[in-house]
Ligand binder design. Structure first.
Ligand SMILES: C[S@@+](CC[C@H](N)C(=O)[O-])C[C@H]1O[C@@H](n2cnc3c(N)ncnc32)[C@H](O)[C@@H]1O
Length: 278
């Protein structure tokens, strides 16, 4: 799993630097007796990186939010993989996450696509093999689509956690349209926020060079509005049962109140499974 724990300066800037926030969040969580997400490697990677992670604490970044996000997405991805015959997973923008270690056994093959500087860093900590591949480049590139299309026997499951925020609506609409055309029958799990929460997130965002741009309307209604052949097969609003039941105890009283009694709060943060019809 880990191949090189020599101290290293990550030298990331702009959007790629944002991967350090969920990484730090997962590492923080490991010292708890009941971690929301099991990711011991995150602690080792944080130790190995020559980076001032204290800036996230100083800016009051809520580490729990990132761990809850990963946990809810793991639950949904796990249930999709368990309910289907083994399929290829393509994860966009994995940063330094370890979802493959938690769910890779449920897949046939796992492919991770991120910018070259991120994959170079990732390769210092994670190994590839016949079932696990890393691709350097933008997920928007046509190259990986052309390369992978012919190698897949069944439509893949795509995942994008914490990634769509950095694109415009037009980019996301076009990108989903291309996935549908290039990989008919495939589907994607991703997270998004409401327009209001996007504004709040930008106020709290700890890194200057990576503004968040993308927001989605309640029930992810924009997506079938863009194309009726892009259907929403699962929509998990913030606090929805059963997905959040076992993490409610970690919410502050006001968040528990908000998710139970203020219905719009449900759409502040969403995890969506969109299927592309054949
Ligand atoms: C906030 S981080 C999330 C990392 C990881 N998914 C996690 O939750 O720990 C955003 C990630 O998206 C990647 N990313 C952003 N735009 C991308 C693009 N066009 N192609 C590939 N990766 C991209 C960044 O490099 C970064 O690794």
């Amino acid at each position: 799993m880990a191949v090189d724990f020599d101290r290293i300066r990550p030298n990331l800037d702009g959007v790629p630097e944002t991967l350090l926030i969920p990484l730090w969040a997962r590492a923080q969580e490991q010292s708890r007796p009941d971690p929301l997400i099991i990711d011991p490697v995150s602690e080792q990677i944080v130790e190995a990186l020559d980076y001032d992670f204290s800036r996230f604490t100083k800016k009051n970044v809520d580490a729990e939010n990132f761990c809850i996000r990963s946990r809810v997405m793991d639950s949904l991805v796990g249930s999709i993989l368990r309910d289907s015959s083994p399929r290829t997973v393509v994860e966009f923008g994995p940063g330094l996450d370890t979802r493959f270690h938690r769910l890779g056994h449920l897949s046939k093959r796992w492919i991770e696509i991120d910018f070259a500087e991120v994959i170079a860093l990732r390769e210092r900590f994670f190994q590839t093999d016949a079932c696990r591949q890393m691709i350097s480049g933008s997920m928007l590139d046509q190259t990986w689509m052309d390369e992978l299309r012919g190698t897949m026997e069944e439509p893949p499951l795509f995942i994008a956690e914490g990634v769509f925020y950095f694109f415009s609506r037009d980019q996301i609409r076009d990108f989903l349209g291309r996935l549908k055309t290039e990989f008919p029958g495939s589907s994607i799990v991703f997270d998004a926020v409401s327009a209001l929460y996007l504004k709040l997130s930008n106020l709290q965002h700890p890194l200057a060079n990576s503004r968040l741009e993308f927001a989605l309307s309640p029930q992810a209604a924009d997506i079938p509005g863009w194309d009726p052949e892009m259907t929403i097969s699962n929509y998990i609003g913030f606090g929805d049962s059963p997905w959040y039941d076992d993490v409610m105890h970690r919410f502050s009283w006001w968040k528990r109140y908000a998710v139970r009694l203020l219905r719009p709060a449900r759409h502040a943060f969403m995890v969506v499974h969109t299927e592309f019809l054949n």
